[in-house]
Design a protein around this ligand. Sequence first.
Ligand code: FES
Length: 148
Amino acid sequence: MTLNRRTALTGIVATSAAFTLAACASEAQPVPTVSPSATLEESSSPPASEQLLGKASEVIVGSGMKYKISDALTILVTRPALDTFRAFNATCTHAGCIVTGVREEQIVCGCHGARFDTDSGEPQSGPARSALGKITIEVRGEDLYALI
Ligand code: FES
């Protein structure tokens, strides 16, 4: 049996392709699987802690009250309506001053004059472009609690 040049080259190419495919197949790595419960545990945030702020009656309708929680957090509670309480991080989103309080039904920052809505915390006028950070607040009996 004699091999011509064309038959020999075809055999070499076919053999080489088979080795390449085998090499690729052996390089595949198993993909580790993560159980759904592990994924949920890793992505869930820690539970909020409760902070007693004070009496609900301290916050007069249409006004606001500040509560210093720590050096890094002061909370402003507003009461836009009799049964409506809102809480915000009192740090102004413009340049970081603590807002002054509520005046003329708006949250006012005395540093550069930003004003925010007492219900939503959205900026209304002045240099601030983003809303005050919202904080969950609950009324329990006579007391106000912030969930932070
Ligand atoms: S820091 Fe509040 S307006 Fe500038």
